[in-house]
Structure formats: C-alpha cells, structure tokens
Design a protein around this ligand. Sequence first.
Ligand SMILES: Cc1cc2nc3c(=O)[nH]c(=O)nc-3n(C[C@H](O)[C@H](O)[C@H](O)COP(=O)(O)OP(=O)(O)OC[C@H]3O[C@@H](n4cnc5c(N)ncnc54)[C@H](O)[C@@H]3O)c2cc1C
Ligand code: FES
Ligand code: FES
Length: 441
Amino acid sequence: MTVEFILNKETITTDINPNIPLLDFIRDHQMLKGTKIGCREGDCGACTVLLGELKNNEVIYKTITSCLTPLGNVNGRHVVTIEGLSHPDNIIQLNMISTGATQCGFCTPGFVVSLTAAAINKQNPVESLDGNICRCTGYNSIKIASQLVFDQLQDTDNLLAKNIVPQYFANIPDRLGDIKFVKNTGTTIIGGGTDLYVQKQRVLLDKQLEFSTHNSDLRYIIPDKDSIRIGAGTTMSEFISNKHISELIDTEQLKLIASTPVRNIATIAGNLVNASPIGDFSVILLALNAKILITNSTKNREISLDEFFVSYKKINLQQDEMIIEIKIPKDTIKFNFEKVSKRMYLDIASVNSACAVYTENNIIRSIRISAGGVYEIPLLLRETAEYMIAKELNEKTFKEACSIAVKEIKPISDVRGSKEYKTLLLQQLIKAHLIQLEGQQ
Ligand SMILES: Cc1cc2nc3c(=O)[nH]c(=O)nc-3n(C[C@H](O)[C@H](O)[C@H](O)COP(=O)(O)OP(=O)(O)OC[C@H]3O[C@@H](n4cnc5c(N)ncnc54)[C@H](O)[C@@H]3O)c2cc1C
Ligand code: FES
Ligand code: FES
C-alpha cells in the first residue's frame, strides 16, 4: 500500500510498511528527532503531533499520539511535528522560555504542539494539556506560559501573524485536496490504534491492516427520526463535541475519558470491540440502550449492545464481521455517567457506571443502569432496574437499589482495588447518579 500525506512542508509518498507507528517513521525515516519517545503507550504526550484533515475545504487540526498511530492512518492528511512549527518568533515557544516552563526540554515539543492545537481551535489552553506529562519543570510555569499565550492571542485570529503556524499552512487545503485517497482492504481492522498499538504493536507489523475505519465514510453522527446514528469510526472527541449528542446527554463529564490526543483518534467501535470490562463507552452506550449494526460485507445484522458482550473479552462478532454503525434512541431521558479511577485524568476506571432514566411526575417509568469493573463484562444491572420501575426517583429507591445491585455483580480484587472496595464504590456511584439526576429537568 502506498501512503501519501504531507509532513510539515513536504509531500511524502512511501511504500514502507504502513503498519509502523507514525512516530518511528518521523524519527527514523525522516530523521525529525524533535518528536520524542517516552512511554509508547499514549500516556506521556512526548510524541504528540498535529494531524490535519480536510473537511469542507478547511483543514481541521487535532493533536494525536504518534506512538499509537499507524502510518496508514495518516494517508491523505497533514502531519505537523515540532520542526514544522518552530520559529524564532513563535509566541508559544517564546513564552515557554521566558516563564521557565522548560528545563530538560524533553516534554516541551509535545506541550508546544498541544498549545498550538488549542490556539487553532480556541480551546482552553490548560485543558488542552491533559495528555502531556512533564517530569522536571513543575506545572505552574507551564500554566503561566499557556495563559500568557492566550492573553496575547485574544485580540487576533491571525495565527500566521503571531507565528503560531508558519506561512506554508496557507496552501495546505489545496495540497491535501490534490491527494487521492485510495481505500485498502485487510484482515485486521484498525480504528485509532489506541488499544491495538498498546497491546501488540510488534505482532501488528506483519498483519494485513485495514485502515478504513478512520476513513471519513465511517465517521458521522446523523440524527434520524427516532435515533442518532453514529458511524463506527467516529472518534471519542467527535462524539463528545457533537451537538446532537450534547442535546441528549451532558458530555462534559466524558472529558474524564483518556486524554485529548487519545480521544482525537480512539473510536467508539474500538472501545466496544476491545470489550474491556471497564470500557467507558461500553458502559455509557449500554445505559443509552444502543444498538449496533454489524456487517460481513454480504449481509447486515442489528443487535442490542447488551447482547454483544458474552463473557470476558468474548463478543458477539464473527471473524469476518465488523461494526459499521451504533444507534442510540432519541428518548427524553435524564442521564448521568460516573467514573472513579486512581488518577482523575488519563486513567482507566476502577469502577464506572452510567444511568439513563425516564420519569413522569418523578415516578420512574424506565431506567437502565450499567456498571464497569464489577463483572467480567460491562454489565447491565437488569434486576436492579426492574426493581426501580414505578417507584419514586428518590433516596429510598436508590438505597434499596444498591442492595439489589450488589447481588448482580462479581468484582475481583486486582490493582484497581479489592472486591470489597469495588462493591462499595458501585453503591456510591448509584447514589451519585441520584444526586446528579435530581438536579436535571
Ligand atoms: C493512554 C490511554 C488512555 C486510555 N483511557 C481510556 C479511558 O479512560 N477509558 C476507556 O474506555 N478507554 C481508554 N483507553 C482505551 C482506548 O483508547 C479505547 O478503548 C478506544 O476506544 C479504542 O479505540 P481505537 O479506535 O483506538 O481501537 P483500536 O486499537 O484501533 O482497535 C481496538 C479493537 O477494535 C477492533 N475494531 C476497531 N474498529 C472496529 C470496527 N469498526 N469493527 C470491528 N472491530 C473493530 C480492532 O480490530 C481491535 O480489536 C485508553 C487508551 C490509552 C492508550
Ligand atoms: S511516547 Fe508517550 S504518549 Fe507516545
Ligand atoms: S522539562 Fe523536563 S520533562 Fe518537562
């Protein structure tokens, strides 16, 4: 497979193995050593680069972790490393220096790239750094540098003038438009690679990967009469920032999932197929009563997500099948998601839970509560929900529900907590649902 994309200013056309991580291509094949190798697991942000995608004649830039991104996933896109941004008058770099926000400098390229994306997308500068770790400077000076950049940018939209992005960015939309996107086929489907490239990067090098999930065909969110249709390749960030989704549920709390550069590539289908018992989107979509559309290229079938998880990491999906769409009903519900992990950000859950409820005059007419980290699969608490029907949405009902929930779960003790702790935690999360739901109209 030939991969064609723009790396900083240069158009790259290469027949090299498309399965290698973008990070290795940048450093070892292009000798651009500014992008650093830290954890190779998406945790540290040292390898952060910008990925630009052409949408409606405009290039949308987002940060990604290049250690988890296969080269094949950047086909037809613009990749920007620190070398492609660096300039003596770049105000992000100048502020990092003047505030003492860099010491050994190992993490600094990643921070500069993340702040560049925040400036382009007018995001909160500090929030944009949720995927970057610094081991020696201390975050206060980095925060001060970020704030200064944004204070200086407030009166201008012209990022070229402030040297945030260099002049060559101006003709990138035309240049990307000239690249022909050629679809490939393969035996292993890859989404963002944020599970696969952590779990088995070496094995993947010899596989025939199919890069179509990140192709725009499978990245859409379309409201229908009764449901919202979500393409399987939709990223977590696209889900969280979508207006149809945020009309249905409060997406603010979903920012606790992973980090910005991981959410920018991680797909919803990848989360379901990975089938982790603590997968956040699995838990959220179970409560939302999602259906999934599966195809084997000759025929489609639709199943309810609660029929998808069979036993630990075993799912209702054949070797020749893939998920193409996820559908969530547009019901009028109150919804809440809770997640407790060892660290608040960039950590997977010890226990997570989601709750979707429909009430009439404060009487529960329908309710779905899901829980992760307390069973071998992401679990729908069916008996708990059944008990709650026709009861009032109040403390008494939720307290009684907790005593049923603990009988439905089978947590195990592991690094994320003892089974006793997880049992207690789930009950706390169910009570937290009530507090949040009571506050919603
Ligand atoms: C640093 C870091 C933090 C993370 N934090 C969280 C977190 O807080 N919460 C959480 O839930 N997860 C977290 N994850 C896990 C991961 O990001 C998610 O599970 C993500 O949704 C996986 O999606 P992906 O597209 O990257 O999957 P990939 O790695 O590309 O694929 C995962 C699996 O899905 C299969 N697949 C992908 N698309 C399809 C399809 N359309 N049809 C059939 N099979 C398909 C692949 O073949 C593979 O088996 C984190 C990961 C990292 C690296
Ligand atoms: S090397 Fe640490 S996130 Fe990529
Ligand atoms: S400056 Fe040394 S790791 Fe951040």
